[in-house]
Design a protein around this ligand. Structure first.
Ligand code: HEM
Length: 396
């Protein structure tokens, strides 16, 4: 495998998609989540994926999901945060992220059904980045078993929904699953349940750890740096003051969260949820004097530009002002990748993070319980103790 580094390496891989390289994932990862030997043809899945990604993840659709995100984050904070003096941010943000994805992607709100999905999904997700030895007792083995249960549970949901859609012709459902079930391919055929399942799982996998890690990193810095917290709070209170107490956030409010988004971007620079991504070479080529044969794998790396003092002076310093004005040079800040494969969930993640920040800082000041808690990069950035914080509610 050839590892590409720095802005030049990023640019090379991002701009040569489909020309010299193409997306690639290890077989061991696909084995955990994807239905094997199904009628699924990967090209068709990709076509379905791309058309829906564009549909569900573009601003018009996201505007529809914004109130859902706001309501759920308020409910989540009332239920899981407010009754406690200390909370663990990482496991809770995973819970919130998964519930939100279940509502938006699947139209599922029943906590029992969500629980039947989340436990096996967590096992699968935790073991997918381990050494792929499928023997009893290994993390990979647990991942394989978890993946199987996720597929079974998802299949039940898909079949029930198909029945519901057939019985009630005119449904108001706006979730992705319902839209996929009534869509047809270029030959006018409906997509199979396995194809739909594989796609939904793809979205759950791509969004779960990444977005929960992003929410956690932002709250980590807000808890650690009082000046940053103060500025974020100021911006969010301005927005809150312009609305009634129960009025939900609008797209215009999100657009006003400029400082908060710079704080989130600086958190993504220092603790990127994705460490890079794989490609496979489709033809032999030469880069920086090295010949890379056809069929080799490549990897672009996020830290090699995020931590480079040439692009980010004093790279370890948390400084959201780096993103003011024209911001960092192209191909240097790449938490979501770049080029045709750039993360299609970028805006979804931006909304989720900003909505959560808004609701948290308006209610609490946070204090880290473990000041220098270690963060490990296992897939995403993860605080080893889950980031426990003491909550100081604002006086009413
Ligand atoms: C902060 C949160 C997130 C980060 C940092 C992130 C980052 C990334 C990165 C680095 C890639 C790989 C790009 C490449 O191959 O070069 C990617 C791909 C992808 N992401 Fe995200 N992501 C996030 C959230 C999401 C969300 C919320 C969704 C869905 C709602 C999503 C859906 C996807 C999909 C489907 C792909 C594969 C795209 C393709 O191969 O064409 N991501 N993401």
């Amino acid at each position: 495998m050839a590892v590409f580094c720095g802005a030049k390496g990023n640019k090379f891989l991002f701009t040569n998609e489909y020309k010299l390289v193409t997306s690639w994932w290890p077989k061991s990862m696909k084995k955990v989540f994807i239905f094997q030997n199904s009628d699924t043809n990967f090209k068709q899945v990709s076509a379905l994926k791309r058309s829906f990604h564009h549909d569900i993840l573009k601003p018009e659709a996201l505007k529809q999901y914004l109130p859902v995100m706001d309501v759920l984050s308020r409910e989540h904070l009332e239920r899981e945060w407010t009754p406690n003096a200390v909370v663990k941010v990482f496991p809770l943000s995973k819970k919130y992220t998964f519930e939100l994805a279940c509502r938006i992607f699947l139209g599922v709100v029943d906590l029992e059904v969500i629980k039947r999905l989340v436990d096996p999904f967590t096992l699968a997700n935790e073991g997918v980045f381990s050494v792929p030895i499928d023997l009893p007792g290994t993390a990979y083995n647990r991942a394989i078993k978890g993946g199987k249960v996720v597929r079974q549970e998802l299949m039940k949901i898909i079949k029930d929904r198909r029945k519901e859609l057939m019985e009630k012709n005119n449904t108001e459902r706006t979730d992705l699953l319902s839209k996929m079930l009534i869509a047809t391919n270029e030959n006018g055929q409906f997509y199979s349940e396995m194809q739909i399942s594989n796609n939904i799982i793809g979205l759950l996998v791509a969004s779960f750890d990444t977005t929960s890690s992003a929410v956690t990193s932002v709250l980590n810095y807000i808890a650690e740096l009082p000046d940053i917290y103060k500025e974020v709070l100021k911006e969010q209170l301005e927005i809150a003051k312009s609305k009634g107490p129960d009025e939900l956030l609008t797209w215009e409010d999100i657009e006003k969260m400029k400082y908060s988004w710079n704080v989130a971007r600086e958190s993504l620079r220092l603790m990127p949820p994705a460490q890079g991504s794989f490609r496979e070479t489709i033809t032999e080529f030469t880069y920086a004097g090295f010949t890379i044969p056809k069929g080799w794998k490549t990897f672009w790396t996020v830290h090699s530009s995020h931590k480079n003092p040439e692009y980010f002076p004093e790279p370890e310093k948390f400084d959201p002002s780096r993103f003011e004005g024209s911001g960092p040079p192209p191909y240097t800040f790449v938490p979501f990748g770049g080029g045709p494969r750039m993360c299609p969930g970028k805006e979804y993640a931006r909304l989720q993070v900003l909505v959560f920040m808004h609701n948290v800082v308006r209610r609490f000041k946070l204090e880290k319980v473990i000041p220098n808690e270690k963060v490990v990069f296992h897939g995403s950035a993860k605080p080893v103790h889950g980031l426990p914080v003491r909550l100081h509610p604002h006086r009413k």
